[in-house]
Design a binder for this molecule. Structure first.
Ligand code: PLP
Length: 435
């Protein structure tokens, strides 16, 4: 029997009516989802099974095909393909055999192992810091660390880059008693003006990223640290899209630029350049001990399972030692850009490994991505609002060491065909100028 819906006109609904009424949250869900659909922002998952031995090939679950069909993925964040390196896979399997599938507890309740301690020491060494602390994801490391630090003393002011990741914003917004000043993205003059306007004696923090993953641009860490010193601010740097990829050992842009020692807290993930899972922060011994002792998002959750920690440890060690992986990545990125340019396919030139193809409309972006997959067997994620501002929708490509010249040629041809169909290819003259 359908449940009665309360219209609001009932003066005092009877207990029976309330008991059987549909809760207004159900309607709220439906309205919100309708709105998202109308705006062309409704998210659908693409079922893709990575083929470990044939990366970047994936098998897409495909109607009518029992085994799926093979597609080439251009949007993985496993930038170096470390997740399919046999030694990394073996380490995960060995850790499960030796220690079981799960951690069995929080770090304080039997969920701490020698593997956890070794991985934290390895990450601290990678960033040249005294200590490191693992979290269950990069998101949680940002959210928990920022919220805990910014709730710690009265009057904190957090200077936050306008394009900071949602996980940083969650931590900053969730802090009690602190205030936030947003500075324009990568704008040192704006940051300095805002620092100068703040009360001299307030505890300050500058929270920013190195590689901004949607635009692929890179911050000037040294210059931001210089401002932090001038105005007495603590620095919190998210190197999530840079660890493993930049610097002689993959310590991120701060290592590449020789400024890691100037940053107070460096945060990273094990899920992208290191190809496994989990997040971390590295800093001085007292900051790490403080977070270990007070951060709710660290204390009250089951620790990373041994398979993840064992695999990550091998991956971090390999990535530190094997610079050829980084060289291979950047060679492939340069080759891909060259081929796009030669074919006149527009892309945004960035200082990083990220290759955005501007589209500028959510529906179009989804359509191009869908046709790319269905008709050409290539997968590139459409990036739409709210991940990026409306009107700046794009495909985000991350070519890696495993994309061959043939794959690139095929992808470039497919992109040219689809962008031409959407009227997004530049005229011959403009293309020649770009080339
Ligand atoms: C800048 C940034 N920080 C943090 C995270 C969260 O990292 P993780 O995927 O390990 O949770 C992401 C995820 O994409 C990110 O882009």
């Amino acid at each position: 029997m359908p449940r009665p819906v309360l219209t609001g006109s009932e003066e005092r609904p009877s207990v029976g009516a309330i008991k059987n009424a549909r809760h207004p949250f159900y309607e709220h869900c439906e309205d919100t989802l309708d709105r998202i659909r109308q705006q062309g922002r409704y998210r659908t998952f693409t079922p893709l099974a990575r083929q470990a031995e044939r990366f970047p090939l994936y098998e897409e679950e495909y109607p009518g095909l029992p085994e799926g069909r093979e597609v080439i993925v251009w949007s993985t964040n496993d930038y170096l393909g470390m997740g399919v390196v046999p030694e990394v896979q073996d380490a995960a399997i060995a850790a499960i055999r030796d220690h079981g599938a799960g951690a069995g507890g929080t770090r304080n309740i039997a969920g701490h192992s020698p593997l956890h301690a070794r991985l934290e020491a390895e990450l601290a060494a990678l960033h040249g810091k005294e200590a490191g602390l693992l979290f269950i994801s990069g998101y949680v490391s940002n959210q928990a660390s920022l919220q805990t630090i910014l709730s710690s003393m009265p009057g904190w002011i957090c200077f936050s880059d306008r394009l900071n990741h949602a996980s940083m914003i969650a931590g900053i917004k969730g802090a009690k008693g602190s205030s936030t000043v947003i500075f324009e993205h990568n704008d040192l003059a704006d940051l300095e003006a805002k620092l100068a306007a703040a009360p001299v004696d307030a505890p300050k923090m500058i929270a920013f990223e190195s590689v901004y993953s949607m635009d692929g641009d890179v911050s000037d860490i040294g210059a931001i640290c210089a401002l932090a010193r001038k105005y007495g601010a603590l620095t919190y740097l998210d190197e999530v899209h840079a660890v493993g990829l930049y610097g002689q050992e993959g310590g991120g842009v701060s290592q590449r630029d020789g400024v890691a020692d100037q940053v107070d807290i460096i945060e990273g993930t094990l899920a992208k350049g290191f190809g496994v899972h989990g997040g971390y922060v590295t800093a001085s011994a007292e900051i790490i001990d403080f977070l270990r002792s007070t951060a709710s998002g660290f204390i009250f959750t089951t620790s990373l399972p041994p398979s993840v920690v064992g695999a990550a440890l091998v991956s971090v060690r390999k990535v530190r030692a094997e610079n050829w992986r980084r060289e291979a990545l950047f060679e492939r990125v340069a080759t891909f850009r060259q081929r796009l340019r030669a074919a006149g396919v527009p892309f945004t030139m960035t200082d990083s490994h990220i290759v955005p193809i501007p589209v500028g409309d959510a529906e179009r972006c989804k359509r191009i991505s869908r046709r790319l997959l269905n008709e050409f067997g290539h997968y590139a994620t459409p990036i739409n609002y709210p991940t990026v501002p409306e009107g700046t929708e794009r495909l985000r490509l991350t070519p890696g060491p495993f994309h061959t010249d043939e794959m690139m040629d095929d992808m470039v041809r497919a992109l040219a065909t689809l962008l031409r169909a959407e009227g997004l290819m530049p005229t011959r003259e403009v293309a020649q100028q770009l080339a």
